[in-house]
Design a protein. Sequence first.
Length: 188
Amino acid sequence: MRLPSSQSKRLISASAMACAGVLATAVALAVTTFSAAAAGTPACTSAGLVAWLNTTGSGAAGSTYYALQFTNLSGHTCTITGYPGVSGVDLNGHQIGAPASRNPAHKTKVITLANGASSSSLNTTALAVLRITDVANYPAAKCGAVTAAGLRVYVPGQKASQIVPFPFRACSKTSGPYLSVESVEGGL
């Protein structure tokens, strides 16, 4: 049976409005569910992340830039935001010179990291750019150049640290920061 033209238009219009309503409800539910999941994602902890340094640096103007990386091996998704704490250390783990200054040029943002063993489409590793200044740029009396055995790294917002082995020339005096770090950003 064929419906009259005005009834067909009303039926099509009613069907379109019903579909639009269902679509709007589905979108609202998806956004609410995603926001609730993101809000419920715990912060990454030092115990769940591995801090490591990509030692392929990039040199420029008396400094070398490295990717300080944080890989999530916690077994669950977590978030990381802010600046890591970084300082040079000797073989006994004692701090050498001043800790890394923060480069405020980059705004902090929340990075969600999937567990490293998962096959999720989320990143499993975040990174922060670390700049190590060539200590030859500082007057010898103000620097007190020594060889550091590595870096003490604090995950942003955490009090526990990790030591990343990496020998490099450092200033033993605190008068000049030879390290600077940017906030974490998405990585791998």
